[in-house]
Design a protein around this ligand. Sequence first.
Ligand SMILES: Cc1cc2nc3c(=O)[nH]c(=O)nc-3n(C[C@H](O)[C@H](O)[C@H](O)COP(=O)(O)OP(=O)(O)OC[C@H]3O[C@@H](n4cnc5c(N)ncnc54)[C@H](O)[C@@H]3O)c2cc1C
Length: 810
Amino acid sequence: MAILLVVALVVALLLAFFRSSIWGWLTALAVLVPMLAMAGRISDEALKTVIILLGIFIAVFGIPFLRRLLVSGFILKIFRKILPQVSQTEQEALDAGTVGWDGELFSGNPHWKQFLALPKAGISEREQAFLDNEVDQLCAMLDDWDISHVRQDLSPQAWQFIKDQGFFGMIIPKAYGGLEFSAQAQSAVVTKVASRSGSAAVTVMVPNSLGPAELLLHYGTQAQKDQYLRRLACGEEIPCFALTGPFAGSDAGSIPDAGIVCRGEFGGQQNVLGVRVTWEKRYITLAPVATLLGLAFKLFDPDKLLSEQVERGITLALIPTDTPGVNVGRRHLPLNSAFLNGPTTGTDVFIPLDYIIGGAERIGHGWRMLMECLAAGRSISLPASSTGGVKLAARSSGAYCRVRKQFHVPVGKFEGVEEALTRIAGHLYVIDAARTLTAQAVDRGEKPSVISAIVKYHCTERGRMVINDAMDVHGGKGICLGPDNYLGRAYQQTPIGITVEGANILTRSLIIFGQGAVRSHPYVLREMHAAHDPDTKRAVHEFDAALFGHISFSMSNAVRSLVYGLTGGLVIGVPTEQPTKRYYQALTRYSAAFAFAADVSMLVLGGELKRREKLSARLGDVLSQMYLCSAVLKRFEDDGRLESDLPLLHWGMQDGLYRIQLAFDSVLQNFPNRAASLMLRAMIFPLGQWRKPPDDHIGHQVASLLLKPGEVRDRLTAGMYISRDENDAIGALEASLASTLACEPLQAVLEKARKEGKIKSREEMQQIVEAREQGLIDSEQALQLQRDYALRRKVIMVDDFAAEELRAGK
Ligand SMILES: Cc1cc2nc3c(=O)[nH]c(=O)nc-3n(C[C@H](O)[C@H](O)[C@H](O)COP(=O)(O)OP(=O)(O)OC[C@H]3O[C@@H](n4cnc5c(N)ncnc54)[C@H](O)[C@@H]3O)c2cc1C
């Protein structure tokens, strides 16, 4: 009997592990139950009853018609009752966009072979030429101190250059005079510009992100496209898009701005069918100079001029800002960033119906249009601008910490500083990998809704960590503002990226898992659609397939999670060998554990999960870290598995996997149902939590990459703008780093002479003269040392101002 029970258990585990169909289970039951009953020596009568009951059970579950009638149909009724209410805006957000690698991570068994077969990220020759020429020229033109302090705006030359060279038309097709760049190229342009000036990066990225051009491309009528796209491409029209208002920020679907369908006078004509719109919007980027205002408002048709429906929903219109009644021009000052941002208002502004994007047929579809465009735009702009800022912080921190000495030692050699440098380089490697992987998905035609939220959140958050570390290692140099401070503005502006395109707390707590669980899960959305389907027959069919698929999926993930946990994932087959093999195995293990934990959470909490934001956020952290780790692995493979990148690979993966463990642990610690929590812990961590963060040895190797010029440092910061002008703060820093290393042997000569008392002066320039006079160095070497000193001094010094200069805003 005991053996039979063990066999039954093993069979059940195998069926679950391999996601057997319902017929596999029924066959096993048909064989095992009578055997167990007979082995249990029950009476003939009881055996007969068992066999009859088993037959009924098999018939009910095995015959689809009966199963749908007696099981799925019944469960569907209950499901419909307990299913949380989803508002129309929530539903549209859920339906928007596509599922990509997030779906695989949710599957419990990601297909790594397919993932690795995805083409390597790249851009065309034309795009590369633009980056090397036009973008470099623009960057050379940008003086961030002049922009953010003196002028509070880009210079007129920079504005003109941006317009003339088509920066505003990167997403616009060539047929309309645009650059028609890939997402990867747009991302590269924004990254480079952001490494020079955050204000300029925002100015460039906004017209290419969610706004009039993108909306027109996807939804505009031909007449609207013909009217605006060419003018937008060459900067003749400056666009902005206004959704947010004082009383509708994160909850943008609740905008109070309203349009009333009516007849009015327009362009000298009477009785024109149109809309009288009233709005109050704020925080709108480019609004102060916009010529074309994209506007979101709720449309009402009280007189039923368009249809019988009075409330028509969120609608989007394009309104020339010279239309009577449109107010733009005033500015907000977003944290010393000088991109143009401000409010716009209008009261009873009459616009004709053809100002509505997509015309009358798109009335009421505004929210869905915005959500779909957000999925693509959010994948590009903020990941790119954060990465650009992080590249600047990483390259400059490494150089500064090598050039700057205290206690006669480069500060980067102190372990405390090294720890911060490690994080800077490590986070950069990870977010740059995620940035390119995501842009690549957009180029494949995906509109990654959950992934775009993941990269938006994590690139901006890691950007914040990096800029904090960079400020710390720069000491006072980072704090005193002025033309020679290349970090201070990036530090001040960091919260902007955290707030826009979905403020980060909300993105983490509500969107990544909250939407992800429904969107990326292989069955939940199907179950929900079935529950909402008014055609009951079709609904039961669909629900039956989804429900039993879901049950098999959940059981499989439970068993896999346990087996992988017990074996440390060693049994998992993956397509690569070391040094990455164990990482793929770990991610597959966590994918199964995550899918199982997600199902248990949904089962235990149901609709309540939506309000349990902390739990949802931590589950989202698991999903996010799995995505970031996948990006790191893909990057390592695409870069050719370079030995020199190993410290970065190990740091990124070990940090990510450790964060996954931490996130799981906080889910389990705080899980509202104790029994479920204990069960989950046993299934996910059967041997405990043994994963550790990257150790100091790896940390030391990672930090060292930043402290010296070399191909890894160059690859890590590739795509940022590096000035070669020694009068420029970054140009001087770069030159000073090279000079510091080149002068090391000469500095050793000076040091020895100082110790031996051969040179007496306390001032470095004078010491060089003394060393030359004593023949310790030749005149060329003296010049080299003098230049080294001058460069170092330029790097170390900070700006100071006369009181009048500050008053004059210079
Ligand atoms: C510089 C700048 C540029 C911008 N550009 C534009 C633009 O061009 N066009 C445009 O339409 N808008 C723009 N915005 C608006 C931006 O999208 C909003 O600021 C953002 O959506 C957040 O709204 P809010 O600032 O009103 O914050 P609030 O909604 O008041 O949120 C405050 C805090 O509460 C959190 N929160 C809110 N709800 C939840 C929840 N359910 N769960 C957890 N946390 C929650 C948020 O995460 C945030 O931390 C811009 C904003 C800024 C600052």
